[in-house]
Design a protein around this ligand. Structure first.
Ligand code: IDP
Ligand code: MG
Length: 152
């Protein structure tokens, strides 16, 4: 089936790590049927965060965003599965948690746009760029034995 190998970069931000939500966020992606192909707790250098958020560098909130992202370690992950990028964004919820639907990660656990717990790639192209940026060492290859129970 087309699209089942799509990959997305999902990151628990410093507030999510501090609030003990790493396991909860992993569990949601696991239970949905996505395959975990990379994960690590990291304190990235400032330059890596500036590169990750380069598209937002002219925004007034950019310095605050970088400061927030540097306030503690992040939990970086790559998940693979059908329509992973778009579905990952739906699972995260709207950028501003006040507009995130209940049942989404942000809609269940966050209130403020500047403390919205998690990141998810917005396009397949950006996902591939983010995966290279955060996992230059490469990712694990394995087959998920329950795959025939998740995809036709
Ligand atoms: P996204 O994370 O849903 O893709 P983006 O527009 O790419 O949203 O913004 C990246 C991150 O920048 C957001 O997740 C949020 O943490 C932060 N951000 C976006 N807009 C604002 C704002 O208006 N004030 C403060 N922080 C913001
Ligand atoms: Mg974004």
């Amino acid at each position: 089936m087309a699209g089942i190998r799509e990959r997305t970069y999902i990151m628990v931000k410093p507030d999510g790590v501090q609030r003990g939500l790493v396991g909860e966020i992993i569990a949601r992606f696991e239970k949905r049927g996505f395959k975990l192909i990379a994960a690590k707790l990291v304190s990235p250098p400032k330059g890596q965060l500036e590169q990750h958020y380069a598209d937002l560098s002219s925004k007034p909130f950019f310095p605050g965003l970088i400061k927030y992202m540097l306030s503690g370690p992040v939990f970086a992950m790559v998940w693979e599965g059908l329509d992973a990028v778009k579905t990952g964004r739906v699972m995260l919820g709207a950028t501003n948690p006040l507009q995130s639907a209940a049942g989404t990660i942000r809609g269940d656990y966050a209130l403020a746009v500047g403390r919205n717990i998690c990141h998810g790639s917005d396009t397949v192209e950006n996902a591939e760029k983010e995966i290279s940026l955060w996992f230059p060492e490469g990712i694990v290859q394995y087959s998920l034995l329950q795959e025939t129970m998740i995809f036709e």
